[in-house]
Ligand binder design. Structure first.
Ligand SMILES: [Zn+2]
Length: 372
């Protein structure tokens, strides 16, 4: 079997603003993956690069050769991680991990906790829920903001610093091209791989934080194969690093109600994936509109100034992903109906979510016109 080899890059910097990099070599090619971190405590961990390389290696059918020691617990867990991924993605293939040797990760003497924080609804919920336990927030540039979009990055960074200062948390900022490797170089889906990307970063911060939280996207009732998942995330940890998938107990309307109580978090809430025209929240893309509808169902939309355009109910024509549409039908619509909060939105959502397929509507139109 061919091998994907992890080689530590010469341009790693171990002082001040740290840089950790590796050449991932496979099939005669090489890709330089790097992480720049504004934390003096960050350390080189080979597990970060194995985590980054596992899905690609399974996609290519290549064993991973890693000439560094790695955690014994982590190596054991990689078998279960592969079992889960193979059951979700049958095109992947099982691979062997070949480290220099296995070790028990040394205790680092801290009990600090950190949370991946983008300013979105899920991570805002986790921040407020664990406000008294968290020491730091981690923001990764290069995940949902392109490394080329410097203006948007600076805008978001300024707002995240505002939250971190107000809540007395350290803000750890990471710059990485890992998404480019996964998406552009390997043609893998970001929704399938974003969880391992966060786990990679977590390993580099594991000398300072023993517990790192990743906010849940779906609640327990709606789990589906996804890159960050309560089955997967904890398995990326080691003897001394606990990775927690947090917040599955609440759906997004419940999270909206919870987050709406906090003024500073309300003022910076950011959910937009498309950032049309560099907008913080464009208020037009599917994610923005969906979140605005969820905030309105929770009765709190007007409390969120970061959505600076009104929700246009008459023109609402959003095609929700199937799993989201199901959630709206089974949970959110009954809730909106019971609350009586916005009957116009309720009527519109009913017409959108229970709309018959186009060919049926055309057939009905013909029948009406020709009275057949
Ligand atoms: Zn948007």
């Amino acid at each position: 079997m061919q091998v994907l080899t992890i080689k530590k890059s010469a341009d790693c910097k171990e002082k001040a603003n740290k840089k950790f990099a590796a050449e991932l070599e496979y099939g005669g090619k090489s890709f330089h993956v790097y992480f720049e971190i504004n934390s003096s405590e960050a350390i080189w961990r080979a597990e970060a690069f194995i985590t980054a390389a596992l899905f690609p290696a399974m996609h290519l059918g290549m064993d991973i050769h890693c000439p560094f020691p790695i955690s014994k617990t982590y190596l054991k867990n990689l078998c279960t991680i592969q079992d889960i991924l193979l059951s979700w993605f049958p095109d992947l293939r099982p691979v062997k991990i070949l480290p220099e040797k296995t070790i028990t990760s040394p205790l680092n003497g801290t009990e600090k906790q950190a949370l991946f924080f983008s300013g979105g609804l899920d991570s805002s919920y986790s921040l407020l829920k664990h406000l008294n336990e968290l020491d730091a927030l981690i923001f990764v540039n290069g995940f949902d903001i392109s490394l080329n979009d410097v203006g948007l990055y600076r805008n978001v960074r300024e707002r995240l610093y505002r939250v971190a200062r107000a809540k007395h948390k350290k803000l750890v900022i990471v710059h990485t091209n890992l998404r480019e490797f996964l998406e552009c170089e390997m043609s893998l889906s970001w929704p399938d791989t974003h969880g391992l990307a966060m786990a990679s970063v977590a390993h580099l911060l594991s000398s300072e934080y023993t517990k790192i939280l990743i906010s849940a996207t779906a609640c327990y009732a709606d789990l589906y194969p996804y890159g960050s998942h309560p089955l997967l995330d904890p398995l990326w940890g080691t003897e001394t690093l606990e990775i927690v998938h947090d917040g599955c107990e609440a759906d997004r309307v419940q999270k909206a109600k919870y987050v709406a109580k906090d003024e500073i978090v309300r003022s910076v809430l950011r959910v937009c994936w498309e950032n049309r025209n560099g907008a913080f929240n464009c208020c037009e893309c599917e994610k923005c509109v969906r979140t605005m509808v969820q905030l309105e169902i929770a009765g709190v939309l007007l409390k969120f100034p970061s959505f600076n355009k009104p929700l246009n109910i008459d023109n609402l024509n959003c095609k929700f992903p199937a799993v989201v549409a199901k959630k709206f039908r089974t949970r959110y619509l009954p809730e909106l109906e019971t609350s009586g909060h916005n009957p116009r939105l309720l009527k519109k959502l009913y017409s959108l979510l229970y709309r018959k397929p186009l060919y049926i509507r055309i057939l009905h139109g013909f029948r009406k016109i020709f009275k057949i």
